[in-house]
Design a protein around this ligand. Structure first.
Ligand SMILES: [Fe+2]
Length: 261
């Protein structure tokens, strides 16, 4: 694919978003949030791909994956009024279906279409699945990093807002109480990913998002995360208790080491 194909895709995407705009203020806030998230993930893909790839065509494919990774969010929200996959639909799978049904990639070579569709399908899987070809796996790892980088931005902003300003679908309806769960903090301390099913409070959600640092694939992603300060902003919204502090220093050490690797 070339820059013209990418321009056409951008045009398709903005028209597609517009079909989900709503006169309801709350719904509109949630849709616009995802539209902005998409632009940022696409730009993160350009930064990551620019650092790890030296082929212009592949950098364009990376940007296209960023642009399309969350297309499933729009019909998901329209049908279920939530971004919570566990009570609605897997938005990665739904996104792959939208791209195929709408023939969004009709003009580009088949092998490139497949890479893009598979990267969209699995961008939100708990782990990178086995059995994908090397190229798809590489792009998938990039979009998973690019996505996390912007999810941290969305949440750093969300946590700093007052309750009334917060976008309703973002916090997954978790209560903003001072407690956190030992099992979720245990994941951070042991450098393992926490799962959505374990979350009881918004603090658990914050801690879970910090465990994602251990899932970053590329040093450049760690460098971008550090430079942008989003992790520090999320950390500053957590209670600074004695059992949280050691897990946070382990996290910061890991970020420094990975960024320098
Ligand atoms: Fe997503």
């Amino acid at each position: 694919m070339d820059t013209i194909d990418l321009l056409n895709l951008k045009h398709w995407f903005s028209n597609y978003c517009r079909t989900f705009y709503s006169p309801d203020g709350e719904d509109q806030k949630n849709i616009v949030l995802k539209e902005l998230h998409t632009q940022q993930v696409s730009s993160n893909m350009r930064s990551i791909a620019g650092a790890v790839l030296h082929n212009r065509n592949k950098i364009i494919i990376a940007e296209a994956i960023g642009l399309l990774h969350d297309v499933g969010r729009f019909p998901q929200y329209a049908r279920y009024k939530t971004f919570r996959d566990s009570i609605s639909v897997n938005h990665g799978k739904l996104g792959a279906e939208v791209i195929e049904e709408e023939n969004v990639l009709g003009r580009i070579p088949l092998n490139e279409q497949e890479v893009i569709i598979e990267a969209v399908r699995f961008h939100n899987a708990f782990a990178v699945p086995d059995g994908l070809d090397l190229e798809t796996t590489f792009f998938l790892k990039m979009v998973r990093d690019a996505d996390k980088l912007d999810i941290w931005r969305v949440f750093a902003e969300f946590y700093e807002k007052g309750t009334a300003e917060r976008e309703s679908a973002v916090g997954l309806g978790l209560p903003d109480r001072p407690e956190y769960s030992d099992s979720v903090l245990g994941c951070l301390a042991e450098k393992r990913l926490a799962t959505l099913a374990d979350l009881k409070t918004l603090n658990d959600f914050r801690i879970m998002q910090l465990t994602w640092v251990y899932d970053l694939n590329f040093p450049v992603s760690c460098r971008l995360a550090s430079e942008r300060g989003m992790i520090d902003r999320i950390i500053s919204t957590l209670p600074q208790t004695e059992d949280i502090m050691p897990a946070l220093s382990g996290l910061k050490r890991h970020m420094r080491e990975k960024a320098a690797s």
